[in-house]
Ligand binder design. Sequence first.
Ligand SMILES: [Zn+2]
Length: 98
Amino acid sequence: MNGFACVACAQVDFPRRLLCPSCGCDEFIEVEACKGRVEDVTALHHRAGKAGEDIAYIATVLTQAGPRVIARLERLLAPGTVVSLRVESDGAIVGSSD
Ligand SMILES: [Zn+2]
């Protein structure tokens, strides 16, 4: 996945914004943000009464380019784990450890 760096002040955001929240510039270049570090993980239980099944792990990931993103993890990972990030066809960000 890619982040978007402001050409004027270099702040990186994801997703892309209309205007840079830092300086108001409207020009961006794409920068690689395909790796990040897990900060927090939340387990979402989809169905009451079916503990242990269909659990989704949602993480806050600090990308190496700067922005934090919310990503679904393929399995439970500890905070501090470095993950590779990709964007699925439905727009969801998925993190997986190498
Ligand atoms: Zn800017």
